[in-house]
Design a protein around this ligand. Structure first.
Ligand SMILES: Cc1cc2nc3c(=O)[nH]c(=O)nc-3n(C[C@H](O)[C@H](O)[C@H](O)COP(=O)(O)OP(=O)(O)OC[C@H]3O[C@@H](n4cnc5c(N)ncnc54)[C@H](O)[C@@H]3O)c2cc1C
Ligand code: HEM
Length: 393
């Protein structure tokens, strides 16, 4: 139980976290990933190398310490972490490992003069409170996923039943359960967790669902990343009949019911969750402005499908912007997406819902352009294809 004295100590450590939180979480990951091999497969090593994951955790811990008196102020952060954890199957038995390593890291980074017994005891109690909150919320999602029609808990074996090249660097994989049963109706924008064994080691990754739900199969579309472990493996090895473990759909970057016009603004492989979103919005008769950026037509996935949707539904307008167009390419704009492009391509009203996803610098630009054009911040939603981070233009 977290006492008043514990809260006071935790709040007093906020300034230390503001300056040294990242060093602390980096040290924490070093301790955990070297000492506890059982949790290593859950983490994407590239996110450790880039520092994005330690940074995301440091920001989460800082937000928690700042709001220790009013946890409701953490708002969407908790939901986002819960969904990410569930998608990768973080389980209650993992929490004591993280707790032990976090306290060890606090001791070693802050040193005995600052990390006194009182500080360690307060943080142990605070960690337990947060862990209990996350474990409880995660169990609710696991249970809901298991009880949904076609749903399940934990890993389920799926088979690649079809592959399709979507561009020079993106391949779609159609996945069906090996048990022949149905799959749940996910919400457009959600993603799967995959578990694979590569060179004898287990790895997990998230991939957005890139086709509308149909109750029988899932589709994911994977861009081959230079030097990428899982994407390279999927492109090369995951031919028809290849089997892999899948965790149920998760994620809260989901299309919300609304009467407002919708802008879907994506770049590169960030287009994947926008495909089921576009289909759902079109069926509801919503006005949709679909804006997609790619280097050129050769790497532009789903162009024909989007063109076809725009031809079939009068409410859909689509705009394509190429930063490195080839001589034969046609696009509505060239170069990187600018405020002027958006001014031209967004609906007349700024009272719209905008969803955007792409490389982080693209997202930072889009966020800033939308704000400058008067789109209300609370009507802008976005997701990261990696650990969450601050978006600064
Ligand atoms: C919610 C969500 C949805 C996603 N949806 C999609 C999707 O629909 N389609 C899609 O293609 N991707 C999607 N992703 C991204 C996907 O999960 C993977 O991150 C992506 O496929 C890269 O994984 P990888 O194993 O191929 O590359 P990794 O092996 O993780 O490597 C990524 C990059 O980091 C470099 N790297 C790796 N290790 C190190 C190291 N130790 N030091 C320095 N550099 C290193 C690699 O060379 C490479 O350039 C999504 C991610 C999330 C979180
Ligand atoms: C109180 C404890 C914890 C907190 C505050 C916390 C916080 C976070 C945060 C903020 C993120 C980033 C979310 C995002 O970017 O969307 C994250 C991701 C993640 N967490 Fe936790 N977490 C906790 C416990 C755990 C535990 C016990 C495990 C399992 C060992 C775990 C495994 C993961 C993994 C695998 C990711 C994704 C990493 C990646 O993308 O590489 N977390 N967590």
């Amino acid at each position: 139980m977290l006492s008043e004295a514990h809260r006071a100590v935790v709040k007093a450590t906020v300034p230390l976290l503001e300056t040294g939180g990242e060093a602390l979480t980096q040290h924490f990951y070093r301790i955990m990933l070297s000492g506890y091999p059982e949790v290593r497969p859950l983490f994407n090593q590239a996110h450790q190398a880039s520092g994005d994951q330690p940074r995301a955790l440091a920001n989460g811990v800082l937000a928690y310490a700042r709001n220790i008196d009013r946890l409701e102020a953490l708002g969407p952060l908790v939901g986002q972490v819960v969904q990410k954890h569930v998608s990768l199957q973080v389980l209650p038995e993992h929490y004591p490992i993280v707790g032990t390593c976090l306290l060890q890291a606090i001791r070693e980074v802050l040193g005995p003069d600052i990390a006194t017994d009182e500080v360690i005891e307060a943080w142990a109690a605070a960690y337990q409170q947060l862990a209990d909150l996350l474990i409880g919320a995660e169990e609710q999602v696991y249970q809901a996923n298991a009880e949904a029609p076609g749903g399940w808990r934990g890993a389920r074996r799926f088979r690649v039943v079809r592959r399709e090249d979507e561009s020079e660097e993106i391949v779609s994989f159609y996945l069906r359960p090996v048990d022949g049963g149905p799959v749940p109706a996910f919400v457009p924008g959600q993603y799967l967790g995959l578990r694979l064994e590569i060179d004898g080691a287990e790895v997990r990754r998230n991939y957005s669902l890139s086709a509308p739900p149909d109750g029988t199969q899932f589709r994911i579309s994977v861009k081959r990343e230079p030097g990428g472990q899982v994407s390279g493996f999927m492109h090369q090895m995951a031919q028809e009949d290849f089997e892999l473990d899948v965790f149920p759909p998760a994620g809260d970057f989901t299309l919300q019911a609304s009467e407002r016009p919708l802008a879907l603004i994506t770049a590169g492989v960030g287009i994947t969750p926008a495909i089921p979103m576009l289909e759902a919005a079109a069926r509801e008769g919503r006005t949709v402005h679909f804006i997609h950026c790619a280097r050129h037509a050769g790497v532009h996935a789903f162009r024909e499908w989007v063109d076809d949707m725009a031809a079939r539904y009068p409410g859909i307008r689509r705009f394509f912007c190429y930063s490195e167009p080839r001589a034969e390419d046609t696009a509505d704009g060239t170069g990187f997406l600018t405020r002027e492009h958006l001014e031209k391509w967004l609906p007349q009203t700024r009272d719209l819902d905008a969803y955007f996803l792409g490389p982080v610098p693209f997202m930072a630009q889009v966020k800033s352009h939308l704000a400058a054009l008067g789109v209300p911040g609370e009507q802008c939603r976005y997701e990261f294809f990696g650990p969450a981070q601050a978006l600064e233009a």
